[in-house]
Structure formats: structure tokens, C-alpha cells
Design a protein around this ligand. Structure first.
Ligand SMILES: NC(=O)c1ccc[n+]([C@@H]2O[C@H](COP(=O)([O-])OP(=O)(O)OC[C@H]3O[C@@H](n4cnc5c(N)ncnc54)[C@H](OP(=O)(O)O)[C@@H]3O)[C@@H](O)[C@H]2O)c1
Length: 247
């Protein structure tokens, strides 16, 4: 089950896991997009279905979990950033929205689906965090706070489930050029979104991140990749990004 599977990393992960032989369940809010990704997977020979779901809606998440028989792998990917305002002028509503989708969403989905993972001796919970969960940067206060929160969720869960047949894996990507992440962050301002990746030779793609998810999930059951950080070669650290002139 993959949350946020209607676009970007989630859609690529659904394709990747389906390609690896998993029956995939795509979760997100936009039905048209879910339908389209499902159709692509089926045409490629995979087994896929979808459920419209807002991960911040606790009742809806519980109802969905009640409707399924089992879950082997849960990928908590739904998330994102809202705005890039400095702390002193940030809107608290943006901070709440980011906490809701990046922390409460995975919390609710994991709580609801955990009982459906009891049938297997190799359940896997993946959390798509971010390098923003390990460092802070100017204008990123709300997003980095939320992603630090998501990192705490993954780490705590791994400790609490130690001894159970469950692996808890966190992936922290750096700069990934997906079509919607920065566009949503900047309220649909395409020029601002494009500026994030301007001149960066080969930022990560959604497929690069999906590959790491598939690789970590398909390790033998005794191998828990706790935390995997991946960045494009051009990004040595959050602030250290190589850009080439576009003239
Ligand atoms: N792009 C990057 O540079 C980058 C870097 C590091 C980490 N990440 C993380 O990777 C994850 C995916 O990002 P992306 O780049 O693939 O962005 P994206 O294309 O905007 O994907 C976000 C996905 O989350 C879904 N979503 C948002 N709110 C939701 C909600 N309340 N309930 C259910 N689904 C919801 C969206 O679908 P609907 O709108 O249809 O619901 C969409 O499918 C996020 O957690 C992000 O923080 C991204």
C-alpha cells in the first residue's frame, strides 16, 4: 500500500513495486490520477487497485484499513511542503498543514494498518522522509519541523517494534525533480518551482527514489535498512548545490 501514489515518488514506487511482483494499492485524494497510474500498471502486466483517501482524515483511514484483509508493505509517502516563509512571518496554518500530512498521516495509516500486517513474518513499513528531516534551512522551518517529526516517528516505531517481525525503513531523499512538489509548495507559481531545480545537472527523479524503496523492501527479512539518504551528485549538502549556467 502506497500513500501519495497519484504522482511523483509515490506513483513511481507503485510502478516499481508492481514490477517487482507486488499487488499494489494506490492511495491519494485525486481519483483521476490514481485511476491513470493504476491503468498504466495494469497495462504493464501488474496488479493494482486504488482507494481515494485523505491520510489526514482519521475516520477515513480507519474505514479503509477495516476494508482490507492484509497488508505486507506500507509505504508512507504522502506528504509535502507549504510555503517557504521565514519563521517570523510564517503562517501557523501552513505549519499545521505540513505536520498533519507528513506526521499525523503516517501515524494514522500505520496505526490502522498494523493489525493487518500480523499474518506475515516480514512486514515492512517504509517512511519517505527527507534530508529536511536531518538539517534545517532558511525558509524551511515548517517543512523541516514536520520532516524531523516524521524521522522521530520512524525511529520510535523501530524501537517499539523491536522483536516483532516488522522492518521499519526510512528513506531521506534530497533534491528530487518531481512535477508537483515545488509547484504545490509555491502555490502553483511555476517560475518559482522551476527556480528550485534551475541549472542543477540531473536532480534525482521519482524513479531513483522508487528504486531505493524497492531495493530496501526486497532485502532478506533480517536486513533492516534503517535510514537511507540519497541525493543527486550535484547536491553535496542541503546548501551545497552545483548549478551550471543555463545561457
Ligand atoms: N520532491 C522532493 O524534492 C522531495 C525530497 C525529499 C522528500 N520528498 C517527500 O517525498 C514525498 C513525495 O513527494 P513528491 O516529490 O513525489 O511530491 P508530489 O508529487 O507532490 O506527491 C505528493 C503525493 O502526496 C499526496 N497527498 C498529499 N496530501 C495528501 C493527503 N492529505 N492524503 C493523501 N495523499 C496526499 C498527493 O496526492 P493527492 O494530491 O492526489 O492527494 C501526491 O500523490 C513527500 O513526502 C515529500 O515530502 C520529496
Amino acid at each position: 500500500m502506497i500513500s501519495g501514489a497519484s504522482s511523483g515518488i509515490g506513483a513511481a514506487t507503485a510502478r516499481g513495486l508492481a514490477g517487482a511482483g507486488y499487488e499494489v494499492v494506490l492511495l491519494a485524494r485525486r481519483e483521476d490520477r490514481l485511476k491513470q497510474v493504476c491503468e498504466e500498471i495494469r497495462q504493464a502486466g501488474g496488479i493494482a487497485w486504488y482507494q481515494v483517501l485523505d491520510v489526514t482524515d482519521g475516520a477515513a483511514v480507519r474505514a479503509f484499513a477495516d476494508s482490507v484483509e492484509r497488508c505486507d508493505v506500507l509505504v508512507n509517502n504522502a506528504g509535502g511542503a507549504v510555503g517557504a516563509d521565514p519563521v517570523l512571518s510564517a503562517d501557523a496554518a501552513d505549519w499545521r498543514a505540513m505536520y498533519e500530512v507528513n506526521v499525523i498521516g503516517p501515524l494514522q495509516l500505520t496505526q490502522a494498518l498494523a493489525p493487518k500486517m500480523r499474518h506475515t513474518d516480514d512486514a515492512v513499513i517504509v517512511v519517505i522522509g527527507s534530508t529536511a528531516g536531518a538539517v534545517v534551512y532558511e525558509g524551511g522551518g515548517g517543512y523541516t519541523a514536520a520532516k524531523h517529526g516524521e524521522h522521530a516517528l520512524a525511529g520510535t516505531l523501530r524501537l517499539e517494534l523491536c522483536g516483532e517481525p516488522v522492518r521499519v525503513i526510512e528513506i531521506q531523499p534530497g533534491m528530487v525533480a518531481t512535477a508537483e512538489f515545488s509547484l504545490n509548495r509555491f502555490g502553483g507559481d511555476q517560475a518559482r518551482a522551476d527556480a528550485v531545480y534551475a541549472g542543477v545537472p540531473e536532480p534525482l527523479t521519482a524513479e531513483d527514489v522508487a528504486d531505493t524503496v524497492v531495493w530496501t523492501v526486497t532485502r532478506p527479512r533480517h536486513v533492516n535498512v534503517d535510514l537511507l539518504v540519497l541525493r543527486p551528485r550535484a547536491q553535496a549538502a542541503q546548501h551545497k548545490v552545483h548549478r551550471v549556467s543555463q545561457e
